[in-house]
Design a binder for this molecule. Structure first.
Ligand SMILES: NC(=O)c1ccc[n+]([C@@H]2O[C@H](COP(=O)([O-])OP(=O)(O)OC[C@H]3O[C@@H](n4cnc5c(N)ncnc54)[C@H](O)[C@@H]3O)[C@@H](O)[C@H]2O)c1
Length: 378
């Protein structure tokens, strides 16, 4: 039986992000979403998923515009390779615009393969009058929100600087059943390649925690082991608040030393350490010698972003991560690439402060935006 409080979802791109990231979250939120249509340019792939999800042949598409023409979808979730992120989103927005209540669009990160397309993506929601949420899961992750709150609530005192290290074993992952095995990631048709694909999450996290970025200055190296892609990128960042920090991206292998460099935020009153995003714990050490461990559930962003979309569609809260916000994350990566090419610092954000339309992790419990987080802070 049809339930009006359950939103019908059309999926465009039934690849790995659908299977491993979005589908489990839809299943967990089965009282709020129902997958009703599937599209993939590889029709067999969509048909296979239709069989597994109990959908019929009429719900299978290979042309995303045809799926968008259906009038029974409240959500269209787009998960295509990065070079198509803008093109497909713009195509869907064009088809559904003008309807009385058009479906909301979920678009994947990053916004687009080029800065020009990212700028155009930023305008789509207004141009076509359509709600668009960008599935930048880091901004919805519990750990990133806890880190943001700890800094803003003064647990680090005067925050002096940060060190953020990401290591990824692309050479090994390429040969395994992982995202890195995809041909479009190994031979990317967009600048930055794997650095853009992965690093944009880190830029989202850093901007979420510390606000707008004044400028970036980067050095980097390409390696054969990463198929000639950027294997090392080291960036100095200065935020509009005056805070400085150092970000290192390494795609040539995993970190062998335990504990890893991880993410460290240094302040005069307290210092924070997170080994990596899967750690499940954030360490906080105060200058007076006391310390705390704050636990979180890793990778809850996929669930939280869908819950936010549901609440936004039903008028309970605003979309927390808009294309405007994700544009800045992408722009930061393009600024780093420009700095690498030119050998000079490159400016990023213009606004004196950057405060996303997002409440604290504790505040979100009330609005239902994030699930309950128990930060164990007195
Ligand atoms: N938020 C995250 O943590 C995260 C993680 C992985 C991927 N992603 C994003 O998800 C997107 C998809 O990544 P993936 O790993 O699933 O890639 P994938 O290659 O596994 O899947 C993409 C699918 O899109 C299909 N496709 C390509 N062109 C199409 C078109 N014109 N119409 C319909 N279908 C088309 C492909 O056949 C494929 O099945 C990317 O934009 C990526 O950045 C996000």
């Amino acid at each position: 039986m049809e339930r009006p409080d359950v939103l019908n979802v059309g999926i465009i791109g039934t690849g790995m992000a659908f299977e491993r990231l979005h589908l489990p979250a839809y299943q967990e939120l089965g009282d709020k979403f129902r997958i009703a249509a599937l599209c993939d340019q590889d029709r067999e792939k969509a048909r296979d998923w239709a069989g597994r999800l109990g959908l019929s042949e009429e719900d299978v598409y290979s042309d995303y515009r045809e799926l968008a023409r259906r009038d029974d979808l409240q959500v269209i979730d787009i998960m295509v390779p990065i070079e198509l992120n803008y093109k497909v989103t713009a195509g869907v927005a064009e088809v559904v615009s003008g309807r009385n209540k058009p479906p909301a669009i979920i678009g994947e990160k990053p916004l687009a393969p080029t800065l020009e397309q990212a700028k155009a993506h930023r305008e789509l929601a207004k141009k076509y009058g359509i709600p668009i949420l960008i599935a930048e899961n880091y901004r919805y992750n519990e750990d990133v929100n806890i880190l943001r709150d700890l800094v803003r609530e003064g647990h680090t005192g005067e925050t002096a600087y940060f060190l953020y290290h990401r290591a990824q074993d692309f050479p090994a992952e390429m040969r395994q059943d992982t995202f890195a095995a995809k041909e479009w990631r190994q031979h990317p048709e967009f600048p930055g390649g794997i650095f853009y694909d992965s690093g944009v999450h880190d830029m989202a996290a850093l901007r979420h925690i510390f606000g707008g970025i004044d400028e970036v200055f980067a050095f980097g190296r390409h390696q054969d082991s990463t198929l000639g892609q950027l294997a090392v990128v080291q960036v100095n960042l200065r935020f509009l608040s005056g805070l400085t920090g150092q970000y290192t991206f390494y795609a040539g292998g995993r970190e062998l030393i335990d504990p890893p460099a991880g993410f460290r935020i240094i302040g005069d009153k307290g210092q924070i350490y997170q080994a990596d995003r899967y750690a499940g714990v954030i360490h906080l050490t105060y200058a007076d010698g006391s310390s705390r461990e704050i636990s979180y559930r890793p990778q809850r962003g996929f669930y939280n972003e869908l819950l936010n979309l549901y609440n936004a569609y039903t008028g309970k809260e605003p979309i927390a991560v808009t294309p405007e916000m994700a544009f800045g994350d992408a722009k930061t990566i393009f600024a780093i690439l420009e700095s690498l090419a030119e050998g000079v610092p490159i400016p990023v954000d213009e606004k004196p402060s950057y405060t996303p339309d997002y409440q604290s992790a504790y505040g979100q419990q009330e609005t239902g935006q994030l699930e309950k987080v128990d930060p164990h802070i007195p």
